[in-house]
Design a protein around this ligand. Structure first.
Ligand SMILES: [Zn+2]
Ligand SMILES: [Zn+2]
Length: 261
């Protein structure tokens, strides 16, 4: 590295604390930097070093490229799918990589063009909780309090995972799988899923309240991706109704509670 011998040149310490700790440089050093090519190069080298340091820090917690590819193809076990989906919410580097992989997969094996059909909902199916304890939960009984949760309606399994985000909200991940191998996860790609705030239990005592629930505006809307995952982010603790629109039917989880804390 060439050295600048000018008496106002910023020292190595000054440059590195400017780049790493965002410490302001002295006015003399800043003024000198504007005119000195050597010192501009020294600064650029520190910045480059900093960037590679940051990306290495990020990457040591990242899943391998192979696992990201398997994730994009929907080939991992449900808990691994969820682990990577949660990581992608936090890591811009892996999110980019996953986006690239999806583009690649789409080019190799064109997916059927998805169509969003919101109101053409067909049959209304209520998904019931089947796990983790495999106990039968009737309406009105105490809701489950552990995660992940497993729901089923006819041939469709819904796995729900919760992860806490840094601002205190939650990210809710729903993995949709069909027990029929003919109905692959990408058959649901592009369909809509919605999270509604549950109405006050006192106000929704009778059976005729279904239309009322559906007429409300959803709190969060999301689209099912091409491996059958849906992520609702920025969800506060509370009681919810989850509606998943699938071809010719809609699945509903009526008593979804996200406990605070
Ligand atoms: Zn200089
Ligand atoms: Zn990552």
């Amino acid at each position: 590295m060439m050295d600048c011998l000018h008496f106002m040149a910023p020292s190595d310490e000054e440059l590195s604390s400017f780049v790493l700790d965002e410490e302001p440089m002295s006015p003399e050093a800043r003024e000198h930097l504007e005119h000195c090519e050597i010192c501009q190069q020294r600064l650029a080298r520190y910045k480059q070093f900093h960037t590679s340091l940051v990306s290495r820090l990020y990457r040591c917690q990242c899943p391998s490229g192979t696992r990201i590819s398997l994730y994009c193809a929907g080939l991992l076990a449900a808990d691994e799918q969820m682990e990577i989906a949660a990581h992608l919410l936090l890591c811009p580097l892996c999110a980019d990589e996953a986006a690239d992989t999806r583009r690649f997969l789409a080019a190799v094996e064109p997916l059927p063009a998805p169509t969003i059909s919101l109101r053409d909902t067909g049959r209304h199916l209520v998904a019931t909780l089947v796990g983790p304890q495999m106990r039968l939960v009737r309406r009105g009984s105490a809701p489950a309090t552990t995660w992940p949760r497993q729901y089923r309606a006819e041939s469709i399994d819904l796995s729900l995972y919760l992860s806490r985000t840094s601002n205190g909200d939650y990210a809710l991940l729903v993995i949709i799988t069909s027990i029929h191998s003919a109905e692959t996860a990408n058959a649901f790609a592009g369909m809509a899923a919605e999270l509604y705030s549950a109405p006050d239990p006192i106000a929704s005592g009778d059976e005729g309240d279904k239309e009322d629930k559906q007429a409300e505006t959803p709190l969060v809307c999301a689209e099912i991706d091409d491996v059958g995952n849906v992520v609702f982010s920025g969800v506060p603790a509370g009681k919810y109704i989850l509606v998943v629109h699938l071809p010719e039917r809609e699945l509903v989880i009526e008593d979804l509670t996200i406990e605070p804390g």
